[in-house]
Write a protein that binds this ligand. Sequence first.
Ligand SMILES: CC(C)(COP(=O)(O)OP(=O)(O)OC[C@H]1O[C@@H](n2cnc3c(N)ncnc32)[C@H](O)[C@@H]1OP(=O)(O)O)[C@@H](O)C(=O)NCCC(=O)NCCS
Length: 154
Amino acid sequence: MSAQIRLVEVTDANRAAVAAVRVDPAQERFVASVEKSFQHAAENPAARPWFRAVCDGDVPVGFVMLSWNVEPGAGVYGPYFLWRLLVGAGFQGRGYGRAILDEVVALLRAEGAAELLTSYVPGDGSPEPFYRSYGFVPTGETDEDGEILLRLPL
Ligand SMILES: CC(C)(COP(=O)(O)OP(=O)(O)OC[C@H]1O[C@@H](n2cnc3c(N)ncnc32)[C@H](O)[C@@H]1OP(=O)(O)O)[C@@H](O)C(=O)NCCC(=O)NCCS
């Protein structure tokens, strides 16, 4: 299934609607909320946060945030790190997640990026199968919070 989405800049006009996109409560241990992501982005300019709302038509259905061309270092993964990815509870399983990755991958290839890194919290209901089916593979590393690192060659 291929879903039609747009990655849209977050502005004062759409911010509240984007922040209203939430995962299922049972998934909250795997991903921080959109509001928290705005906060994390504001608090960590050195992580070079880049984020977009994900819209189907004018309806916000998800959110994505990357560290964009960051200098890798101690505890900092990059240059391109998928920091946050979520699709709203009522919108999951329709191909949006995969479509978001397709858009991000196209942007990164245009930048000349060689790989996209991410990490996930292991456990029942984790996004691991989603990432693995897309082509991400474990790097063999675990971060300081016990998250498992994955890479997608581009
Ligand atoms: C992970 C997530 C972004 C996937 O988005 P989605 O729109 O539901 O995914 P898609 O509909 O594009 O699914 C693509 C494939 O992955 C599978 N998939 C999606 N989420 C899955 C999960 N949690 N477990 C197992 N498989 C999953 C789908 O079944 C589908 O497989 P198929 O192509 O064989 O049918 C979404 O479920 C989500 O927001 N989860 C909660 C937050 C989260 O864990 N984010 C990642 C943080 S690291």
